[in-house]
Design a binder for this molecule. Structure first.
Ligand code: SF4
Length: 420
């Protein structure tokens, strides 16, 4: 057996940054990426039933095509039901979420490390943007969530270590970092540090050109944080905030730690300080017991908010969660219908957000995203932009005028007006 491996990832950005870290470590130690691997590694997700189904079918497919290869399964699905995953055909070894980095010493035949409190990771597969893991686990107990249980207690990197990782990422000539975690805003708890302090240091040290934060709970966004974003050239005016429902009754059943009033206050604070900021909002459609009136209240609430678009997740019953036991569970057809309505609303919001920025100029970071003679990038406030392809634009930040809206593809076409 040689040292060829293939790693596949399902789920969140955190998983992607961890997989990237695992691949880098293996390559440093003489392993090679290959499509004919001796070892398959699958980093799994448990957030929906669909994610688990995808994991099973990948495993079955690998085992059928490469019966002699060793399959190692790591991550949330492996943690949620270790026994089930261990018994899937071809699976030789399983590591849950807290000890997933043990796949490295396991393959290098070193002694397995004890479950670490926190292991840092960043992705480096994309040239322009890297996902840097700064926090893991969650101490909240949202009634629909299986992720918090399998990812374990909230724990974080230190500010000093995050800054070191930012330096390393900048050395790879990467221009943008997304700070990620399971509950990112909870950073620092237990270390005597806070997320606000981290952002302040990042802003002061200017180690990298652009920093975004992945999803942050509304109850963890502070006025001080918003002010910092408004006055920074590094912290991008782009917020991703889970709301999940616009009905306080449903939010209580979800065991969320805020009411719509708090969410509203935070969104207006952001909008007042940065009218150009992108505010993306997570929603769950089809939560058990959500009535027609609750859903209508949600739509009314969303309509009234200056938000930019929605990420809509159709509720999926996760084993061993409180919501799985709630009655009544919603019929699939009804869930689908509500998802469709929310997605439609999201499109309206996005078009109106993009329209607001037509004929304005914004800084765009061009990615290695090339299609049909166009190259794509994102503005500071996360508007997707296309211009005619020019190789010299890759990984460059350019000031662009937004000249035309492409509603079918949900992006704006732009003209480069200068290159500063
Ligand atoms: S905040 Fe809620 S939904 Fe998010 S990881 Fe924690 S328990 Fe799960």
């Amino acid at each position: 057996m040689q040292n060829r491996f293939h790693i596949a990832t399902l789920g969140c950005k955190l998983n992607y940054s961890e997989s990237s870290h695992i691949a880098r470590e293996l390559q440093k130690n003489g392993f090679e990426k290959s499509s004919y691997p001796d070892y398959f590694i699958l980093n799994t997700c448990t957030v929906t039933g669909v994610a688990e189904k995808k994991a099973r079918s990948l495993i079955m497919n690998w085992h059928r095509r490469f019966p002699n290869s060793i399959i190692i399964v790591i991550g949330c699905f492996a943690a949620r039901d270790k026994e089930l995953v261990e018994n899937l055909p071809g699976v030789a070894k399983v590591f849950g979420s807290e000890d997933k980095m043990n796949v490295i010493p396991f393959l290098l035949e070193k002694t397995l490390i004890e479950k670490p409190l926190f292991f840092a990771a960043f992705s480096s597969s994309e040239r322009t943007r890297s996902f840097l893991k700064i926090q893991d686990g969650c101490d909240y107990h949202c009634s629909y969530c299986a992720v918090a249980r399998v990812r374990g207690k909230s724990r974080s990197d230190t500010i000093a270590n995050v800054l070191t990782n930012l330096e390393k990422i900048a050395q790879l000539n990467c221009k943008e970092v997304v700070l990620t975690g399971v509950n990112t805003g909870d950073f620092g708890r237990g270390n005597g540090e806070t997320f606000t302090q981290l952002l302040k240091e990042i802003d002061n040290r200017k180690l990298i050109e652009r920093v975004r934060i992945s999803s942050i709970e509304p109850n963890l966004i502070t006025g001080e944080m918003i002010k910092m974003f408004a006055n920074s050239n590094i912290l991008m005016p782009h917020f991703h905030i889970p709301l999940q429902s616009g009905s306080n009754r449903v939010l209580a059943a979800m065991k969320r730690r805020y009411k719509t009033e708090l969410f509203e206050d935070i969104v207006y604070q952001i909008n007042t300080a940065m009218p150009h900021a992108c505010i993306a909002v997570d929603m769950i459609s089809g939560f058990p017991s959500e009535t027609e009136a609750d859903f209508e209240e949600t739509i009314r609430f969303l309509n009234s908010m200056p938000i930019s678009y929605l990420h809509v997740f159709t509720y999926s019953k996760r084993p061993q969660t409180q919501a799985a036991e709630m009655k009544p569970q919603m019929k699939d057809s009804m869930k689908k219908e509500r998802t469709k309505i929310l997605l439609h609303l999201s499109e309206i919001k996005k078009i109106s957000f993009y329209n607001k920025h037509l004929n304005t100029k914004r800084d765009v970071l061009f990615e290695e995203d090339i299609k049909n003679g166009s190259i794509f990038g994102f503005t500071d406030n996360y508007i997707r932009i296309s211009v005619p392809f020019n190789e010299n634009l890759i990984n460059q930040i350019k000031k662009i005028e937004l000249t035309e809206l492409n509603t079918t593809k949900s992006h704006c076409k732009k003209t480069i007006t200068n290159s500063d």
